[in-house]
Design a protein around this ligand. Sequence first.
Ligand code: ARG
Length: 253
Amino acid sequence: MKTRRTFLLAAAAVATTGAWARPLDAIKKSGKLVAATEGAFTPFNYFDGAKLTGFEVEVAELMAKKMGLAIEWKTVGFDALLTGLAQDRWDLVIASHGITDERAKAVTFTAPHYCSGGMIVAKDAKIKTAKDLTGKTVGVQTGTTYLSNVQKLGTAKEVRNFPSDADARSALAAGRVDAWVTDRFTAIESARKNPQLKLNLGALLFTEQIAAAAAKGNTTLAQAWNDALAKAMADGSYAALSKKYFGEDVRCK
Ligand code: ARG
């Protein structure tokens, strides 16, 4: 009876997604975890010349190692990442996704690998807080929680979407928007690396827990990842990576 029910549920899943999400067994059999990221969000996932790297890329490599797997990386636009999970184009996404109820309807989130928030960045030092965004033009990356949270305020004159976070930053640098909302650590690094832009770091508009995502219901993979992450957080390897990129431990407390 139980088997039959499981079968019917699985058949329904195949009918809606058109394919199976690879459970851990199948991934192990192939020896390779297929992971997708954007590759354009420093310092989390980006290209250093031809090399894909960043905190999240290294965290994923560490998780894979602990799971006894190699990683095959795919890089695509931020917008295509979560939908690709449902289409079984990859097993896992790690690209600084904040855990939201909306997203959790479509994917199975792992435990968070860092905690952060959306920070207000402007050239005008008077634009610092949510209130200061009233009547202003704000630049954000399409599909992000920065977009939804600025929209939720409902007070900006205009919210302008950009395909990449770096494009939103360029718009701020060129004076085409009054403010940019991005990840706190991305903002800190941008300000430090580009002093000529004279970026002012403002308040956090919201905070969020950032996690990797597996296809909806792929609990065997999510669980193996969570076990590996817990081990890395206990044995000092996570802390070492975090220190390397941020000079501090960015795990959720
Ligand atoms: N944390 C934000 C979100 O959850 C932004 C993520 C942007 N990630 C990226 N790879 N560009 O939507």
